[in-house]
Write a protein that binds this ligand. Structure first.
Ligand code: SF4
Length: 177
């Protein structure tokens, strides 16, 4: 991979650290209201991710391959890396998986109101949400979008548009190459 692509992957990892730190902070803040625990995989599903995220994860997994995974195709509803309710690529999991269970704040698709999404198992008796105790999904998604835009512009092995996504389940196939 060329130098420009490597720079964007470095930016992706910096942003991922930021997301992880904020997610940990919010999980600590809401520990009384959240039922999340090891072995709960209610939020896991077959996700699509942006190319910069996909190829950063692939690069890490080539260095440190998962011990187990499922052989599922791109049509499956489940994630290939969920085995016995445990994530097999936990350290490299995508942004979306790092925010599982948190109160997520985002603009509606129509762009006319803010929406808050929470896991139905969490926050059953809590409504005091504000800017300091929610995860601003749009803020981090837009930062990721801009990093990805530079990545796809400079990535030469495959051509992607700014809005193209890649199935996380494709990783299994690419790890065998
Ligand atoms: S990558 Fe891990 S956390 Fe994310 S959906 Fe798959 S198993 Fe769940």
């Amino acid at each position: 991979m060329n130098e420009k692509v490597q720079i964007e992957m470095g930016r992706y990892r910096e942003l991922r650290n930021e997301v992880s730190e904020l997610s940990d902070k919010l999980a600590k803040l809401h520990k009384e209201e959240m039922a999340c625990k090891k072995g709960c995989s209610e939020c896991c599903m077959h996700f699509q991710v942006l190319p910069v995220e996909y190829f950063s994860i692939l690069e890490e997994l080539k260095q440190n391959p998962p011990e187990q995974y499922q052989e599922l195709n791109d049509e499956a509803d489940d994630c290939n890396f969920l085995i016995g309710d445990l994530c097999q690529i936990y350290e490299s999991r995508p942004f979306i998986c790092r925010t599982h269970g948190l109160p997520l704040l985002f603009m509606s698709q129509e762009g006319d109101e803010w929406e808050l999404s929470t896991c139905p198992l969490n926050f059953t008796d809590f409504e005091d949400f504000h800017s300091e105790n929610t995860y601003s999904q749009d803020t981090y998604n837009s930062k990721l979008f801009l990093i990805n835009q530079q990545f796809v512009k400079n990535y030469e092995a495959e051509k992607f548009g700014d809005f193209d996504m890649i199935s996380i389940n494709r990783l299994v196939m690419d790890l065998k190459k």
